[in-house]
Design a protein around this ligand. Structure first.
Ligand code: PFF
Length: 440
């Protein structure tokens, strides 16, 4: 149970409530959602199981685990590079994740101050603009968010983490259901449902498919060594298949519910569906400002969202810290501060992307846009690809069957997915999206 709670804490976070609705909005809705769901089941779940089983066999930080498993299977120890890529992806992701975690904390303060009471769309957007326009404020909340994350990892408080997840996930779901009631009364619930579930595949681009796949990895916390690092603490007798499925179901439920809350609000208020990363910080304050008891519910919601973001941030920081502790023999506290401060500094790039450096654009857009693209659309799919290859082709059948509890039907299904569906699917989508495969 402790393991499932910790991995759920890692999986459920800003990815579900902040990122899923905004990328779904950007990529046009239902077709994107369906591809995303297919990626969760056919690629995400088998890769997650692979990561957990590798972590449990290696019982070290991801870099050392990959070297050890490579050697154990009589193959190269250079597989440690795969662990290293995951650790680096985690570091880069946390650098901007922390900025949005900071938004979430900032919105607790804003809701409490009453600025959103009876506010209209234009007012809420103005609040967002003035916050986002100030690098001092965004930077301050990024600092607070990162500071708390460093503190928790430095102390190594597993017990606290479990307790937090136990009330956070049900609490978030409860508040989302209350919000759902509000969304249903806007008169635009049908429009929101249609946007999410009536697909128009003619508008789906390969880039959108790649983004859906990246989002599936991001939301399940896979491809970064986070789940692998947690897998190292998993007892032998716990079922990996059941644990992974439980996490994926909880995670997907929260994301879909968040979408069902947010899209009707977008249509009801005439908002821009591709508003980008601040979509949730416009729609939800509007709803809280108008509903009865909105200040209480709104405060609770952003408090819980901040907790959800923290439990995810901790799992993003953990692999890099574990690696420095084991490799350089540093204390946990020292390693957490060292790495945490470096991540905080990289995060300043994202802080500035929305104000001072707003007009500095290259390749995919602002610095944040580039970091986002590099991590979600490039690093995660690539690392997912190699994890699938490792678990499916490099590790022998006996090793994986032993970890997954024998060679029954579910094992055979896993093995087909991880040997064929996942690697071929990822590679195909990746090459299509970057334009290297010109099949019609
Ligand atoms: N899965 C988290 C979310 O959806 O917010 C983000 C995340 C956490 C990604 C940990 C990766 C990770 F290792």
């Amino acid at each position: 149970m402790a393991f499932v709670l910790a991995v759920t804490g890692s999986a459920v976070g800003l990815g579900n409530i902040w990122k899923f609705p905004y990328v779904t909005g950007q990529y046009g809705g239902a077709a994107f959602v369906l591809v995303y769901l297919a990626c969760i089941v056919l690629i995400g779940l088998p890769v997650m199981m692979s990561e957990i089983l590798m972590g449990r066999r290696g019982r070290r930080n991801p870099v050392a685990t990959m070297a050890l498993l490579g050697a154990e299977e009589g193959k190269s120890m250079n597989w440690s590079w795969l662990g290293a890529m995951g650790v680096i992806a985690g570091v880069l992701i946390l650098s901007y994740y922390s900025v949005y975690g900071g938004y979430s904390v900032a919105y607790v303060v804003k809701i409490l101050s009453g600025v959103f009471s009876d506010a209209r769309a234009a007012d809420v957007i103005a609040v967002r603009d003035s916050f986002e326009g100030s690098w001092v404020l965004v930077g301050l909340f990024h600092t607070i968010f990162m500071g708390v994350s460093i503190f928790v990892v430095a102390r190594g408080v597993e017990g606290g983490l479990e307790r937090a997840v136990r009330f956070m996930v049900p609490g978030l779901l409860l508040l989302l259901i209350i919000l759902l009631g509000y969304s249903m009364n806007t008169g635009y619930f049908g429009a929101g449902m249609a946007f999410m579930f009536t697909p128009d595949f003619s508008k789906l681009t390969w880039e959108a498919v790649l983004a859906a796949m990246g989002q599936a990895f991001f939301t399940l916390s896979i491809g970064m060594g986070a789940v692998m690092a947690y897998g190292a603490y998993l007892p032998e007798e716990t079922s990996i298949t059941t644990s992974a499925a439980a996490v994926a179901i909880a995670d997907t439920t929260i994301a879909i519910t968040a979408g069902l809350v947010i899209f009707p609000l977008v249509f009801a208020n005439g908002l821009n569906i591709d508003a980008g990363p601040s979509l949730v910080f416009i729609t939800l304050p509007l709803a809280f400002g108008q509903m009865t008891g909105g200040t209480v519910f709104g405060t609770l919601f952003f408090v819980l969202l901040s907790f959800a973001a923290w439990t995810s941030a901790i799992s993003l920081l953990e692999p890099a810290v574990a690696w420095v502790v084991e490799k350089y023999n540093r204390s946990r506290a020292e390693a957490a501060v060292l790495i945490g401060v470096a991540i905080w500094a990289i995060g300043l790039g994202t802080v500035l992307s929305f104000n001072v450096l707003k007009d500095v654009r290259f390749l995919r857009g602002t610095l944040y846009d580039n970091l986002d693209f590099l991590t979600i659309n490039v690093m995660l799919p690539l690392s997912g690809l190699f994890i699938a290859i490792f678990a499916g082709w490099v590790m022998c059948r006996n090793s994986t069957a032993e970890e997954l509890g024998g060679a029954g039907t579910s094992y055979r299904l896993w093995r087909v997915l991880v040997r064929y569906a996942a690697p071929i699917g990822i590679l195909f989508v990746f090459l299509k999206a970057v334009g290297l495969l010109e099949l019609s």
